[in-house]
Design a protein around this ligand. Structure first.
Ligand code: LMR
Length: 330
């Protein structure tokens, strides 16, 4: 009899322990992979997200950040996400074309006048809807993050489009960007971000396009004697996760993670605005690159040569979307 009571006590104790087990179970790990340096808008946003999650969801969720293409380059990261090898990333909007053609919108040259216009469009209904443009492929956009406007760096001074003729430019994996460089009779080469410095240093390519913070943090300015302040295109990101992972999180946890992410994105956007000024100034101060400004007439020449690219992609992107984005300029 005594033995029987002991056994049933033991059974109760065991099942109580099992019920309480989640409290002792391992936290859900979010591997956040990106390709840029830590002292960039995306690098700072990812670190902020990790810290906020640590503060608010300790023991439940843990964010591990892998910068500088340490874990995956942008050409592999979305596949890896679908396989569950990484849970979050924020590739440039230019890098989603295997998943949707709609996001090509953001690559159209001279579409947005400034970052305020980008914000207006991204926060509009049409802009927000694009976060779901990859859902059929099992991925979901959790928010946009800014970097800023792109500049043209080169081994030669670029004042007018004819100066770019015959030069080789590294581009992200985007057909719109390829068309943009073909429009000025240059040769575009799709290459991963991690290879750009060496390609420039060894003169395998002549130039590239990027934001002030990427040109500064990856030291492109040290191997590019000229940077034209063209502001001709946008480099922005979409923070992405897999629907399977996202829907698998308990609802209360998912809401907290999303809140932390929204705050981290707001912080990253502030960093982006600051860095587009500060990193430009650091490059000027270094005296390694000459910054070339365009006068109104020179700028018009670039716009006129590159703008026909819009028509070329109107079918894939959608005329209504292009118009809505353009109308966000005030
Ligand atoms: C690039 O490949 O130039 C950018 O997408 C890098 C980045 O993530 O800012």
């Amino acid at each position: 009899m005594y033995r029987k009571i002991c056994l049933s006590f033991a059974a109760v104790a065991l099942s109580t322990a099992l019920l309480a087990a989640p409290a002792f179970s391992k936290p859900t790990v979010i591997k956040f992979s990106h390709v840029v340096a830590e002292n960039t808008p995306k690098g700072q946003m990812a670190n902020k997200f990790r810290d906020l999650v640590k503060e608010r969801l300790a023991g439940k969720v843990e964010v591990e950040v892998y910068p500088n293409s340490q874990l995956f380059g942008d050409n592999k990261v979305l596949e890896a996400m679908l396989l569950g090898d990484v849970q979050m990333a924020a590739p440039a909007l230019s890098k989603y074309s295997r998943y949707t053609k709609k996001l090509q919108l953001f690559d159209l040259p001279f579409l947005f006048a400034d970052m305020a216009s980008v914000d207006r469009f991204q926060q509009s209904d049409k802009g927000k809807a694009l976060l779901n443009s990859i859902s059929e492929k099992g991925l979901i956009g959790l928010g946009y993050l800014h970097n800023g406007m792109k500049q043209l760096s080169s081994s030669k001074p670029l004042k007018v489009p004819a100066d770019a003729k015959g030069l080789k430019f590294r581009i992200m994996s985007s057909d719109v960007l390829a068309a943009q460089f073909k429009a000025v009779h240059a040769t575009p080469l799709k290459k991963p971000f991690s290879e750009v410095f060496t390609l420039l240093q060894t003169k395998a390519i002549d130039g590239q396009e990027n934001t002030w913070s990427n040109i500064y943090s990856k030291k492109f300015f040290e191997v590019q004697p000229f940077i034209t302040e063209s502001n001709h295109g946008l480099l922005d990101y979409m923070v992405v996760t897999s629907i399977e992972f996202w829907d698998g999180l308990p609802q209360d946890v998912r809401l907290e993670v999303k809140k932390a992410l929204d705050e981290a994105i707001a912080f990253g956007n502030k960093v982006a605005a600051e860095k587009s000024l500060a990193d430009k100034q650091k490059i000027i101060d270094s005296k390694r690159s000459e910054i070339i400004s365009l006068n109104a007439d020179e700028r018009t020449q670039w716009v006129e040569v590159m703008k026909p690219v819009w028509k070329e992609f109107e079918g894939e992107v959608g005329k209504d979307l292009i118009e809505a984005a353009y109308n966000s300029n005030q």
